[in-house]
Design a protein around this ligand. Structure first.
Ligand SMILES: N[C@@H](CCC(=O)N[C@@H](CS)C(=O)NCC(=O)O)C(=O)O
Length: 220
């Protein structure tokens, strides 16, 4: 019997975070791989509860259930899905290895400065320390995007064909969609648009936005 996976995300998040949550990476990977899954939702305010920490010790999303196991860390989850799907990772050879290399590059090298910038701009923009630190963070983001532009060269995707590495890289780049940074690197901009145009991405984004709209809190 085929395993039915479960992906946990927030039932609703404020507008600035909609479309940026990391459960989207997992849902996108499952959709590309054609694997059946259920979505589970927790309220933002319940994330640090003892019960939820049983499945995600850091009290964050996503959480993922597979083969009776409760798993966490979006990169590890996407990798586990990809290892069993040729759509997301070549079966063998240098391309399989380079897919893993680019998955880590997305999460360990490109995401940290991008996540810092998103945090400054979306959560602390009125604070003096954020204004003072921003130029340094922007410089770090520009540095990563310049390298990415060079590495993409004339390729459509990171290793040529679409893989799980593109899911991670595209969802990382989306974290600074409120700035013109990606647009200022045409190769990266075209790459992100190419990733976002994939039907699997459009499907999961549309579904999640509809869930947020349905669950929007009502003001008493
Ligand atoms: N490294 C973790 C990070 C997960 C993460 O940052 N999740 C955010 C939402 S996208 C979260 O749950 N934030 C709530 C919090 O930090 O309390 C992963 O990739 O799964």
């Amino acid at each position: 019997m085929m395993e039915r996976y479960g992906v946990t995300g927030f039932s609703w998040v404020p507008t600035f975070a909609q479309g940026l949550n990391r459960d989207l990476r997992v849902r996108w990977a499952l959709e590309e791989a054609g694997l059946p899954y259920d979505t589970r939702q927790i309220d933002l305010t319940d994330r640090k509860s003892d019960a939820y920490r049983q499945v995600q010790p850091f009290g964050m999303i996503p959480a993922f259930s597979a083969d009776g196991l409760d798993l966490f860390e979006s990169g590890a989850i996407v990798q586990l899905i990809a290892e069993n799907s040729e759509t997301l990772m070549p079966i063998e050879g240098p391309d399989r290895i380079m897919t893993v290399v680019w998955m880590y590059a997305a999460l360990n090298t490109v995401e940290p400065p991008i996540d810092n910038l998103a945090t400054l701009d979306l959560q602390h923009s009125d604070e003096e320390w954020a204004k003072l630190g921003r130029p340094t963070v922007v410089e770090a983001v520009r540095d990563r995007l310049a390298v990415l532009a060079g590495q993409l060269g004339g390729r459509d995707f990171l290793i040529g064909r679409f893989t799980a590495a593109d899911i991670l890289m595209a969802t990382v780049l989306r974290l600074v969609q409120h700035t013109d940074l990606v647009a200022s690197f045409p190769a990266v901009d075209a790459y992100l648009k190419r990733c976002e145009a994939r039907p699997a991405f459009r499907n999961v984004l549309g579904q999640q936005m509809a869930e947020y709209a349905k669950n929007m809190p009502t003001v008493a």
